[in-house]
Design a protein around this ligand. Structure first.
Ligand code: MRU
Length: 354
């Protein structure tokens, strides 16, 4: 029987009713609610509010979104339809800045649109639907392949630390950093997984712990400031994380707190792996300096999740949603085409040529 978690589809297209179906990740683990969205404002909001989140899932949602938004257009000519497409594309592109998959998926949809030049509006819409479905289907295979490469680096019984959620619900299926854990689970690897809670939005506590527990994986939830002690106590043999954008030199943006984990892993001599679909590798960013880091509202730190505010009113806050892990701290970047090792400036471009 297939694992009950890896069958969950967090992003789906209901083409018959022109709806985008999203698992509302903000309500987990308490409620499992699927949203049915028809308006582009709601798709934008779902991305901004992290109802759909995780770089690959954001890309898939944007691809379906731009298809559904274009499908609504009454334009009859190729040129007029393209104008409507561009409006939806630019609008969705403004929802979150860091995960490159959003822009990657939207650009891929634009390329497909342009390749249909000369076709009727109905034909172009059908092509957009096909492309969005392809993006979803390919992601499933990509995650599986990342999982196999990552698993080749691991031994049964290992303790693995992960940060944020790079699991099934952040992708089409299996996840990236959690993919080897699911594959290992099927093969009796008996990993002991430590999930950082991931302040301030608690993706580790709410999503990773929820996914792994339901899948029957041995998972232990820790606060972010406990990763040092579990490493020191010898409980961790590898760190696996996902990513939102990898620069050409290997510098990697991922959920805030990731770079601290990497620094600790280096200190304790623990391998630190980034699981990265090539759709998250942005060779146009030369280094992490080029990556735009999203800043989010204060209340995520001061009052969200609490019955009463847990900080003085109007206290100044700084809430970057991501940080950049320096390439020197990364043992390997695991892609669907193989594992890239330093120097990443040489190894990463080669991954695209396989
Ligand atoms: O703000 P989020 O929850 O979208 O951030 C998600 C992450 O940082 C994930 O690690 C990353 O997108 C990889 S998901 C396979």
């Amino acid at each position: 029987m297939e694992n009950p978690v890896t069958v969950i589809q967090s992003v789906k297209l209901d083409d018959e009713n022109s709806k985008l179906i999203l698992l509302d990740q903000t309500l987990l683990p308490n409620e499992t609610v699927f949203l049915e969205l028809t308006e582009m404002e709601d798709v934008w909001d779902a991305i901004y509010q992290l109802k759909v989140r995780g770089a690959p899932a954001i890309g898939i949602a944007a691809a379906y979104g731009v298809y559904l938004g274009t499908k609504k257009s009454n334009a009859e000519t190729f040129e007029a339809l393209f104008e409507d497409f561009k409006k939806v594309k630019d609008y969705l592109a403004s929802s979150r800045p860091t995960a490159v998959n959003l822009f990657w998926a939207l650009n891929r949809m634009e390329d497909r649109f342009k390749s249909e030049e000369g076709k009727s509006a109905a034909e172009v819409k059908a092509a957009l639907k096909e492309e969005a479905e392809l993006i979803r289907a390919e992601d499933e295979k990509i995650c599986e392949s990342i999982g196999e490469y990552a698993l080749s680096l691991l031994e049964p019984g290992m303790g693995i630390l992960t940060h944020c959620n790079a699991g099934t619900i952040a992708t089409a299926k299996y996840g990236t950093a959690l993919a080897p854990i699911y594959l290992g689970q099927e093969r009796g690897y008996d990993f002991k997984v430590y999930a950082d809670e991931t302040r301030p939005l608690l993706q580790g506590a709410r999503l990773t712990a929820w996914e792994l527990q339901q899948a029957g994986v041995d998972v232990t939830l820790i606060c972010d400031n406990m990763s040092s002690i579990v490493m020191k106590e010898g409980k961790i043999q590898a760190v696996l994380v996902g990513c939102d954008r990898v620069a050409e030199n290997g510098d990697t943006a991922n959920k805030i707190g990731t770079s601290g984990v990497a620094i600790l892993a280096k200190h304790y001599n623990i391998p630190f792996y980034v699981c990265a679909p090539l759709s998250t590798v942005d060779l146009d960013c030369k280094t992490g300096e080029d990556i735009h880091i999203e800043l989010r509202p204060s209340e995520e730190i001061t009052s969200k999740w609490y019955e009463k505010p847990m900080a003085p009113q109007d206290v100044k806050t700084y809430n970057p949603a991501f940080d950049v892990t320096d390439h020197s701290l990364i043992t390997g970047i695991i892609t669907e085409n193989g594992i890239a090792y330093a120097p990443f400036t040489e190894s990463l471009p080669k991954m695209f040529k396989k």
